[in-house]
Write a protein that binds this ligand. Structure first.
Ligand code: HEC
Ligand code: HEC
Length: 231
């Protein structure tokens, strides 16, 4: 036992925090972090890591710049960083068991997230889930197209064909709504789409698509997007 411990500690010394952070960055960018054959997402699919998200990118998740310094996460509902990560890992990436606190992968992710968190006083970020699903005023189609490209296209690919989509699980938009009369009789198609975008896999609706809180996507952008999709 003692010999084993010495071996483990020696191993830790060899891979210093710098190596661990590099390994963590590689894990962050890889969909193989989750061993599920149904997963195509990496952490980087939904999170930028720069102070401001790059132009032309609307993500469901906040940038993770300064994430390790925030006092809490998920709008205050998570108070441990690893728990906040595991919400994503289990719900969106189909990780079967949570990442454990002592796993090398968790430590490496932590070193990486710490490296991109230079401001010790960084505040928590707001996250507001839209509770009641209501119709939204429609907007401008050109703006809606820009929203589609920034928010949806990476996963769903081109409208009408799905060309270039990240995974074939991501339905072709808006064509998939043709199935909604049967699947959701009496409910306007746009309302099903709003429900999906606002609640993702939560509230009893299945799947792995992330939910968009108010801070991630405004009702105005959602309305423009619906116009662009012809809904
Ligand atoms: C499919 C999209 C998606 C994937 C993949 C994903 N996340 Fe998230 N993540 C979200 C959303 C949506 C939120 C909630 C909004 C927010 O707080 O950023 C979130 C929240 C978080 C938060 C809390 C941020 C805060 O300040 O409240 C952390 C930490 C986090 N994710 C880390 C990760 C890590 C690490 C991975 C990879 C293991 C990952 N996420 C994968 C979508 C995703
Ligand atoms: C991180 C990848 C990802 C992003 C970003 C994303 N989706 Fe999805 N979406 C999926 C996946 C995967 C599915 C199928 C699994 C599921 O239902 O969650 C899906 C399902 C859907 C569905 C339900 C289709 C059905 O079968 O009824 C709708 C509607 C939808 N997405 C709309 C959107 C819109 C609009 C956007 C942009 C605001 C968007 N999605 C962004 C991955 C994504």
């Amino acid at each position: 036992m003692a010999a084993l411990l010495v071996g483990v500690l020696a191993g830790c010394r060899e891979d210093g925090p710098q190596d661990a952070a590099d390994y963590g960055e590689a894990l962050f960018q890889s969909s193989t972090l989750s061993s599920s054959e149904y997963n195509s997402f990496s952490c980087a699919t939904c999170h930028a890591t720069t102070a401001q998200a790059p132009a032309g990118r609307i993500d469901s998740g906040h940038t993770l710049y300064n994430v390790a310094a925030r006092p809490d996460w998920w709008g205050g509902s998570e108070t441990r960083l690893l728990d906040a990560v595991n919400v994503c890992y289990v719900n969106f990436m189909r990780g079967v068991t949570k990442l454990g606190p002592d796993e090398p992968r968790s430590r490496a992710l932590y070193e990486y997230l710490s490296r991109i968190s230079p401001d010790a006083q960084a505040p928590a970020l707001p996250f507001t889930v839209v509770k009641d699903i209501q119709d939204v005023p429609r907007g401008d189609a050109t703006r809606g197209e820009a929203v589609y490209r920034a928010a949806c296209q990476n996963c769903h690919g081109a409208t009408h064909t799905g060309e270039g989509r990240l995974t074939t699980f991501a339905s072709v938009l808006p064509e998939v709504t043709r199935t909604y009369d049967e699947a959701f009789p009496g409910i306007p198609h746009a309302q099903v789409v709003i429900e999906k975008v606002r609640h993702g896999p939560f509230f009893g609706v299945g799947g792995t698509m992330p939910l968009y809180g108010k801070e991630a996507l405004s009702d105005a952008d959602l309305g423009a997007l619906l116009t662009y999709l012809g809904l």
